[in-house]
Design a protein around this ligand. Sequence first.
Ligand code: SF4
Length: 213
Amino acid sequence: MAEDRAAALAEIAAQVRPCTKCELHRGRTHAVPGAGNPNAEIMFIGEGPGYHEDQQGLPFVGRSGDYLVQLLKLIGLTRDQVFIGNVVKCRPSGNRDPLPDEILACKPYLDAQIAAIDPLVIVTLGRFSMARYFPGAKITQIHGKPKYDNGRAYYPMFHPAAALRAQALMPQMEADMRRVLEVLAQVKKMRAAGASPSEPPKDEPPPTQLSLF
Ligand code: SF4
């Protein structure tokens, strides 16, 4: 139920805000639990808060956030129609990469958010959220290629910040975003047809297993 999902997310956020389970709590201004629609069919998972996110306690509100909103607009969505979260909820100082023990410490919060929302499509933004579902894969090789499993699609995309740094990635980023609704429709079709949720659709090749680099 919608109220249950909202209540579960509020409870997770209430646990995140005072959390001291990893060293990242020492440098934060605000923890950033995540935000969006508790009934979202599509959930975006980024890496961690940046400066503006840390200041406001909200995910993707800086330049990367503006770009993500532009990308959502391409497919007729607003940020209020999806849920946006991160692998770690507190800002790594200097925008460094989150460390493995920090990602591990924060994992129960993200797991609980995913369980509460139960999205049909999880879009990973960048390497760290991609690694949850595509261990060992390279983003340059698998972006835009969905994996269907257990009634859900996992869909890797570049992080918006990467496209802002290397603008040659933008056309690919936009093409990948334009495919998100097609992936969502495919999940709904599979569920409606009663197909095995872990069976990839016939027009979709299974994802390639990739070595580390
Ligand atoms: S990053 Fe996650 S685990 Fe670490 S202090 Fe923040 S909320 Fe807690």
